[in-house]
Design a protein around this ligand. Sequence first.
Ligand code: CA
Length: 152
Amino acid sequence: MKVLLIEDEYVTSHSIALALRNEDIYVDIAAEGEEGIGFARHFDYDVVILDLNLPDMSGFEVLRTLRRANIDTPVIVLSGSVTIDSKVKALNHGADDYMTKPFSNEELVGRLRALVRRSKGYSDSRISFGPMTLDLVAKTVETEGQIGRAHV
Ligand code: CA
């Protein structure tokens, strides 16, 4: 999984990056909105973590710019603002999820994984090809009624 983290607060971004790297998740960090948009245009990410309060522009503007550029990578917004208004605004600008600071890195990782799974169409843990069905959660393979263990 490749993550783009757009966050200007050094302590927050490095704590998040550390937590993600511990999970073997690749992270690029952009400390400004413009820089983050540049990264998102040039590289492929599975998910973007976006702070709303950036030094050069608001996270809402970043979100709008990405969506207008047809970059439809899932975005999870981080914000110190707990108002319903700001959550609704983020979702209306094309965010896929929203987390209020302070949050636990474990929850962030969990939400990232869920978001990526959904965006890739794996919300169903079962994948079928031909006569075979692979269950990613149960780690089983079913072939015409017979179930075996899968090494996935
Ligand atoms: Ca900030």
